[in-house]
Design a protein. Structure first.
Length: 195
């Protein structure tokens, strides 16, 4: 008698050839695998998230800018981080050195969170090639679908569905790109000073 070694899974089949990454605008439930602390050459600070959805698709390089080049707080980015902390029950973040050049906020690791992500089409300033990045529009509580505001006000989850129903990919591609442009943003080693 032959032993069954594989059973057709339509959900899995439909993801074939998609690279295993979250690439579409919409609401996603993510298990955070890493929250790396980054700093740009000019001084801006970011928290860069990696994670995986329940269906196995990954997200990487999901950056939230929390401090501008001039050292002032980026209010939008800071509010996203505070909302993510609230949605996951985190009271405070610390920095932990993983290696000489890598720092993380370990409190986010292993946390499950809902994120409305928007695909932003971009142009590489060095090469002129088209690409994309994913940006967080609003975090929500994975288990209930509520935003923090909805939870605080005792309301049913509606914000995420309303936002997703009208949210489209954002086109930030440049029309006139100089492929010889060398002022591309880069990350430098995160310093040992407080985040």
């Amino acid at each position: 008698m032959d032993e069954v070694i594989f059973t057709y899974n339509e959900e899995s089949a439909l993801t074939a050839g998609q690279g295993g990454f979250i690439t579409e605008t919409g609401a996603h439930i993510i298990n955070i695998t890493e929250a790396e602390l980054k700093q740009s050459e000019k001084g801006a600070r970011f928290i860069e998230f990696s994670g995986e959805s329940d269906d196995g698709r990954k997200i990487q390089y999901l950056s939230v800018c929390v401090q501008k080049n001039d050292g002032t707080e980026n209010k939008f980015g800071a509010s996203i981080i505070h909302a993510m902390m609230g949605c996951t029950g985190i009271g405070q973040l610390t920095q932990h050195m993983v290696s000489v050049s890598k720092y993380v906020a370990p409190e986010f690791h292993g946390k499950k969170i809902g994120l409305v992500l928007q695909k932003v089409l971009t142009t590489n300033r060095k090469t002129g090639a088209d690409g994309y990045q994913m940006e967080i529009r609003i975090p929500f509580i994975a288990e209930t679908g509520q935003t923090l505001k909805e939870k605080a006000e005792g309301k049913k989850p509606e914000t995420v569905a309303n936002m997703v129903s009208t949210l489209k990919d954002k086109d930030n591609r440049s029309k006139n790109v100089n492929p010889n442009h060398t002022d591309a943003p880069g990350y430098w080693q995160y310093g040992s000073d407080s985040f």
